[in-house]
Design a protein around this ligand. Structure first.
Ligand SMILES: Nc1ncnc2c1ncn2[C@@H]1O[C@H](COP(=O)(O)OP(=O)(O)O)[C@@H](O)[C@H]1O
Ligand SMILES: [Mg+2]
Length: 143
């Protein structure tokens, strides 16, 4: 599915609709890869996704922390785990953060910015691509 978002409000709506399509898996975490250049809207989408899952804490670009975990109430998932892999130098770094354990828990919803940085250890995942169209427009493709 492809969307052109012309405002933050439209991105919020796309994120909220996406949230409602999510299902847990029996054999592991539900994993979402957020692909796209800097400023294409990955973190913004995450903010609205988190909001629609009931998270009131602020979602920031986790520039200094690679991974941040949020507890979820009234969701099919227990945790939303937001990862920004931009600064990861090697996949070992992720493995050291209990990656194998995190991806094997069906109660986890994992969203990763810059998943291409850890392509070798990414489990099968939902692919969302973000593109900068103009100042206020973003193309969001969900596969
Ligand atoms: N339609 C839109 N959807 C999402 N973000 C938008 C939109 N129009 C402008 N923006 C702006 O684009 C920027 C996207 O930044 P961010 O989400 O941090 O990108 P990334 O995480 O991909 O680097 C934000 O400053 C946001 O306000
Ligand atoms: Mg970001």
């Amino acid at each position: 599915m492809e969307f052109i978002s012309k405002s933050l409000g439209e991105t919020a709506e796309i994120a909220s609709n996406f949230a409602s399509t999510l299902e847990s898996k029996e054999n592991g975490a539900t994993t979402v890869g957020l692909y796209g250049d800097l400023g294409s809207g990955k973190t913004t989408f995450m903010k609205y996704l988190a909001l629609s899952l009931g998270i009131t804490e602020t979602i920031q670009s986790p520039t200094f922390v690679i991974m941040k975990s949020f507890n979820l109430q009234s969701s099919i998932f227990n945790k939303l785990i937001h990862i920004d892999a931009y600064r990861i130098e090697s996949e070992t770094e992720m493995l050291n953060l209990d990656w194998q354990e995190i991806i094997s828990d069906p109660k986890n919803l994992i969203c990763i910015e810059w998943p291409e940085k850890i392509a070798g250890i990414m489990p099968p995942h939902i692919v969302i691509k973000f593109e900068h169209v103009s100042e206020a427009e973003r193309k969001i493709s969900i596969a």
